[in-house]
Design a protein around this ligand. Sequence first.
Ligand code: PMT
Length: 415
Amino acid sequence: MQQLANKRILLGITGGIAAYKAAELVRILKKADADVRVVMTVGAMEFITPLTLQALSGNPVHHELLDSAAEAGMGHIELARWADLILVTPASANFIARLTNGMGDDLLTTICLASEAPLALAPAMNQAMWRDPVTQANVGHLIDLKGSKLYIFGPAEGSQACGDIGPGRMLEPETIAGMAADLFETGLLSGRHVVITAGPTREAIDPVRYISNHSSGKMGYALAVAARDAGARVTLISGPVNLPAPDKVTVVPAVSAREMLDSSLAQLSDCDIFIASAAVADYRPLAPQGEKIKKSSETMELTLIKNPDIVSTVANHEQRPFTVGFAAETQDIDTYARQKLVSKNLDMIVANDVSRSDIGFNSDENAVTVFWSENQQSFDPRSKSSLAMDLIELIAHQFAAKQADKVVTQTQEKE
Ligand code: PMT
């Protein structure tokens, strides 16, 4: 279940006897290194205590919608944005009915309404309640409304707590965790080698000082995880960041722009997709000093020289992979991004507004517009991990479309 590592799972628990199984599910998710936050309905707290789930998840449990203290900390909108997946186990008939009718009358339904994250429900109820045409109509309607963002896990058939036998039993926690993990595995990039640059570069002034920027590497690392989960072999060429190396991703450290360029070119022989999310320093000191510069005078002059453009070099290379750049802009974002798409010879460019503190550099969320050919697609603010999954899906589709075009052209040339 390595796909769950570092994934933010918002676990909703509603009122039903199967609520006790949520404790085991939290344990399994945590063991798989997922970050788990629990939201309980009033009914759920009749069956299991928030304290148990707080101890297991390592995070405070949320249950109040109109609680000013909770809203001042992580409120319902923050929770909605935070989640990579909302998993409701057990999902009662009452909860499904309220959700289907768009009711935001408690914290959990409100988060479900406010979130862009995929939603998975594990229904659990008496077999007659599950079979009831109203419940069946609610589930069917919810599937129609939510489309590909909704998953229904189960229910299983068997003997029930009330003594009945039939459909309505909640799936076992291990099965639910496995199904949740599968949601992060798209297989879209199976067999492909994806190379990603991430983080800042540092350009030495002397042995103790350097020029750099605010990039944390979070966007690039999230892309690496999403590409890995989509089945790719991933090489992450990383500037100096404080992030753990993602599982099953090859990390190649690089400090300066020139080191990052060398490491990038070394990957090109079998690279299918190159994604440049690193914030590469455009200039470096022309003559870095071998010894620490003494602060003798009031001012100091530094002559800078342009660094090589890594993504542009890759995009113009004879072994050119499908090349995706990022554009970090503070104004006229669309215009500058489109200009970079053309001037750097890219297949796609992902533009973000780095003048905002809530997205872009060093934040946990981002919002972007992606440009390619004459097309564009915007993604509202969401966690970098969730955004990375959407971006990898879009990139994989455009990559596949270009591959298909190449085959058609080659066939036509032969004829
Ligand atoms: O790391 P985080 O804190 O998560 O922040 C993410 C981010 C804001 C750094 C990321 O989303 C982003 O915007 N990365 C690109 C930053 C950047 O350098 O943008 P740019 O517009 O200056 O450069 C355009 C493209 O050229 C980028 O793909 C960049 O990697 C590439 N470039 C730039 C200069 C250079 N010498 N070589 C390059 O390859």
